[in-house]
Write a protein that binds this ligand. Structure first.
Ligand SMILES: *Cc1c(COP(=O)(O)O)cnc(C)c1O
Length: 393
């Protein structure tokens, strides 16, 4: 079926999916590492690209390809690549577009390992990187050098929830012939379409909203044009960051309810954010759906909805954060986001506990900062859980 002209919800269900000779209702799992050729000529034609088909699962597999085609349609791209993890997607992008002596400009508040791998491994190979507050377009422009090849953005960034104007940032980069990649994990294509806004590649940790059930780790890249797509695919095939067929099957299953899940999680998030904003023990709340949000206008223009991640600061600092963690019962104390269950995290005592306090504060990880990934439970239960725990501070 041609799904190109269907609406987004219909694409979630039907795009990329295929039915086998038995009329399977869903895309089957092809749990095989390799594919037999019919004869010598068939093998030769497959390798020469004269005939379409499958050779070896690292290069391509029907179940994985179904997911890749679905994601490409959802992001309005020309091709998708599924990978073993979000970080495999990140490193594949860096590998594909950065060489020795070349330079990348990157959002400073990106997902920690996306920055860490540049500072450790890619620096070792002579790649230069500059980290900027990309919500300030002038910082992007000022950081560009003659050898800059990549602009890597994450919006909303985490945990600052700072937004970058994808359209304007892409215009600046393209003036200089620079490729623009946007980590779209926090929004998913339901809420934000980076390629429509001018970016060249949309990147995902499928682990989060797209799979949505906290039961697999996966990543994806979707490119707007064929040359970039082919370069990324070749890099993935060489580096070996491919997805597994079973993993692909799980994501195909999970993504079908993406808009339903996000609708509910957003509805809950708005109520939780409003509750927190009025709470006397809370200093501030950052959520793109609140009128008080510093980039409320940009959020409205660039995102279809405010998402389901809330950052807030407790007046009581570090100790208040620890008390809150030890008294919530519904929300799981866990990193990650985008699942059906609510997750809560206190960066100062958990994810960023290993950082010296000064470095932590420089990254806006304050002592009382809490990151809440709102799930799809009954919102009264989420708020009652927080209310009970906040009362213990
Ligand atoms: C989780 C995450 C990643 C990394 O994805 P994995 O699937 O854990 O490898 C990258 N970017 C963002 C924004 C994330 O939240």
């Amino acid at each position: 079926m041609d799904t190109k002209n269907l609406g987004f919800n219909s694409k979630l269900i039907h795009a990329g999916d295929f039915h086998d000779e038995f009329g399977s209702a869903v895309t089957p799992i092809y749990q095989t590492s390799t594919f037999a050729f019919r004869n010598a000529q068939h093998g030769a034609d497959l390798f020469a690209g004269k005939e379409k088909g499958f050779i070896y699962t690292r290069i391509g597999n029907p179940t994985i390809e179904a997911l890749e085609n679905k994601l490409a349609e959802l992001e309005n791209g020309c091709g998708g690549i599924a990978l073993s993890s979000g970080m495999a997607a990140v490193t594949t992008v860096y590998m594909a577009f950065l060489g020795q002596g070349e330079h990348i400009v990157c959002t400073s508040a990106v997902y920690g390992p996306s920055r860490g791998v540049l500072e450790s491994h890619f620096a070792k190979f002579g790649v230069q990187s500059t980290f900027v507050d990309s919500s300030n377009l002038k910082e992007i422009e000022d950081a560009i050098r003659p050898n800059t090849k990549l602009l890597y953005l994450e919006t909303p960034a985490n945990p600052t929830i700072a937004l970058t104007d994808i359209k304007k940032a892409s215009e600046i980069a393209h003036k200089h012939g620079i490729i623009v990649v946007v980590d779209n994990t926090f929004c998913s294509p339901y809420l934000q379409k980076p390629l429509d806004l001018g970016a060249d590649v949309a990147l995902h940790s499928l682990t989060k909203f797209i799979n949505g059930h906290a039961d697999i780790v996966g990543g994806a890249l979707v490119a707007k044009d064929t040359a970039i797509y082919q370069k990324l695919r070749k890099t993935m095939v060489y580096m070996g960051g491919n997805m597994d067929p079973h993993q692909a099957y799980m994501v195909i299953r999970g993504v079908k309810t993406l808009s339903l899940r996000i609708d509910r999680a957003q509805e809950n998030s708005m109520k939780v954010a409003e509750y927190l904003e009025k709470h006397p023990k809370v200093a501030w709340v950052k959520y793109p759906g609140l009128k008080s949000f510093q980039q409320y206008q940009l959020a409205k223009e660039q995102m279809k909805g405010p998402g389901a991640m809330i950052s807030f600061e407790l007046k009581g600092g570090y100790d208040a954060g620890v008390t809150l963690m030890n008294n919530v019962h519904l929300a799981l104390l866990a990193v990650s986001l985008g699942g059906v269950e609510s997750l809560i995290q206190h960066p100062a005592s958990m994810t960023h506990a290993g950082l010296p306090k000064e470095a932590r504060l420089q990254a806006d990880i304050t002592d009382g900062l809490i990151r809440y990934a709102v799930g799809i439970e009954n919102v009264e239960d989420i708020i009652a859980d927080l209310d009970h725990a906040l009362a213990k501070i």
